[in-house]
Design a binder for this molecule. Structure first.
Ligand SMILES: Cc1cc2nc3c(=O)[nH]c(=O)nc-3n(C[C@H](O)[C@H](O)[C@H](O)COP(=O)(O)OP(=O)(O)OC[C@H]3O[C@@H](n4cnc5c(N)ncnc54)[C@H](O)[C@@H]3O)c2cc1C
Length: 308
């Protein structure tokens, strides 16, 4: 029986799986190509301004996730942003990334490790040449990226089925301004048409002490302008958002999310292949999209591994 596990991806799914396995006494190693854990629960600082540029908030429908979120509320790492249509919108205190950053504390997380290939056994080789080994493997990157790590080990039919899972692309523009925005309380706006899908005021949201807005483009605009110079994309989205912007823009950055929200989610919360040692696919593409889906998938994958 396996008692060590490599987890590729230290987003919420990977961290949740890692915490559950460690609780059960397993040796767990998490590898992530990012500079910090958290994946798409991302927060960036530019000067004094703070931006959530990936996930903006999360909702809860499943009682297991509600229990976890209640713990985050008590520990002061999450709080309510606003309530709408019967659902509370929660955010990380200080930014969405503070939640995975806090949950990853004490786990063996190796950041800035870009896994390039995985051999049976399991043995992951990073771009840096470092090699990591364990009996079991959990893959939590977007499915296409996970499959690229295992070119030969996954049956052709399963690979084809997994490749039907799609992700929408999204440009995120972060703009620090000299004056507070005109975005209405509680700090977000969804235009009904045009190139902008979502606008957030990070100052009203309570994560930035200075004026700071996040602009998300629609998937259609992002796909059409994917290869355009970032400056042109930034100019265009800022001019679309002009009615909500006040004062001058002092700093701005454009981030390109190739994988933002998942569409065509796999019906199961994880997918396990035994070859002969187990490899499990998990993440928000399994069982339910969004932050909640990532948590439940990571938890279910770990519990499945413990039950083998
Ligand atoms: C712009 C945007 C807006 C969103 N808005 C919302 C929202 O409002 N509400 C909501 O609930 N959800 C939202 N989401 C979705 C939410 O962020 C995700 O569902 C959730 O964070 C996914 O977590 P995960 O652990 O499954 O994947 P991820 O967070 O993507 O984690 C996967 C990790 O794998 C790592 N990785 C990939 N390949 C490799 C490799 N080869 N080697 C090492 N590491 C690798 C990545 O660096 C990443 O950290 C949004 C996402 C984006 C991008």
């Amino acid at each position: 029986m396996a008692s060590s596990c490599l987890i590729v991806g230290a987003g919420l799914a990977g961290i949740t799986a890692g915490r559950r396995l460690r609780e059960a006494g397993w040796k767990v190693t998490l590898l992530d190509k990012g500079r910090v854990p958290g994946g798409r629960m991302a927060t960036r600082r530019i000067g004094q301004a703070v931006f959530d540029h990936g996930a903006q908030f999360f909702t809860v429908r499943d009682p297991r996730f509600q229990r976890e979120v209640d713990r985050w509320l008590i520990e002061g790492i999450a709080r309510t942003w606003f309530k709408q249509e019967g659902h509370t919108r929660y955010v990380g205190v200080g930014g969405m990334n503070s939640i995975p950053a806090e949950l990853a504390r004490g786990l063996d997380v190796h950041c800035s490790i870009h896994v390039e290939s995985i051999d049976k056994g399991w043995q992951a080789t990073a771009r840096s040449g470092e090699v990591f080994e364990a009996d079991a493997l959990i893959l939590t990157p977007p499915v296409e990226q996970s499959l690229a790590l295992l070119p030969a080990q996954i049956p052709v039919a399963l690979r084809a089925e997994l490749l039907t899972i799609q992700y929408l692309p999204c440009f995120a523009v972060m703009a620090a301004t000299t004056q507070s925005s005109r975005i209405p309380a509680p700090g977000y706006f969804r235009p009904e048409s045009g190139e902008v899908a979502w606008l957030a005021d990070n100052e009203q949201k309570g994560i930035s002490t200075v004026p700071s807005i996040t602009i998300h483009a629609t998937p259609e605009f992002t796909a059409a302008y994917w290869d355009a110079p970032r400056d042109d994309v930034g100019n265009r989205l800022i001019s679309s958002a002009a009615p909500w912007i006040c004062g001058e823009i002092v700093e701005r950055q454009v981030h390109r999310w190739k994988y933002s929200n998942v569409t065509g989610v796999h019906p199961e919360r994880y997918l396990c292949v035994q070859d002969p040692q187990p490899v499990l696919f998990a993440g928000d593409a399994f069982g339910g999209p969004r932050v909640e889906g990532a948590y439940l998938s990571g938890l279910s994958a770990a519990e499945a591994l413990l039950a083998l």
